[in-house]
Design a protein around this ligand. Structure first.
Ligand code: ATP
Ligand code: MG
Length: 137
């Protein structure tokens, strides 16, 4: 299989949904091969979302992502990046398909429960941002 990178966002850790989100990922055929709960610093969140720094919602997105702990994970499976995007659902939960994580669990466009890498190239970059290779087993 291949790998992708996931974040269980602060809205989900706040509502004690870490297990429910992880179960939905596992039921979709993804294996959690690395996982840690962290509280990102502002510098980490700004670095992670640097691609969005010109977007109007960047400041609010960073504030949200440091509003509580997150769980960063490496997921492995056949076609892991696309498989994860499919189970996450659309960015805006109002547009997400039934059965997806965002449709079932997300609060809003911003507080949308999960992040998932949007390409294999970005997955490798995002994994390396949070994990050393020896933490992935
Ligand atoms: P993610 O990157 O978190 O997996 P995504 O790829 O579906 O989500 P992006 O377009 O990369 O969506 O936006 C990154 C995140 O920024 C979204 O998940 C959401 O939390 C937030 N976001 C996106 N668009 C808006 C917006 N218009 N207003 C507020 N927040 C937004
Ligand atoms: Mg994205």
């Amino acid at each position: 299989g291949t790998r992708t990178f996931s974040i269980i966002k602060p809205d989900a850790t706040r509502r004690n949904l870490t297990g429910k989100v992880t179960a939905m990922l596992e039921e979709a055929g993804l294996r959690v091969v690395a996982s840690k709960r962290i509280h990102m610093t502002r510098e980490q969140a700004e670095g992670f979302y640097a691609v969005h720094k010109e977007r109007p919602f960047f400041g609010e997105l960073v504030d949200f992502m440091i509003s509580g702990p997150v769980v960063v994970q490496v997921l492995e499976g056949e076609n892991a990046m696309q498989r994860n995007r499919d189970i996450m659902g659309a960015t805006n939960p109002a547009d997400a398909a039934p059965g997806t994580i965002r449709k079932e669990l997300a609060e809003s466009l911003e507080a949308n429960t999960v992040h998932g890498s949007d390409s294999d190239e970005n997955a490798a970059i995002e994994i390396a941002f949070f994990f050393n290779e020896d933490e992935i087993v």
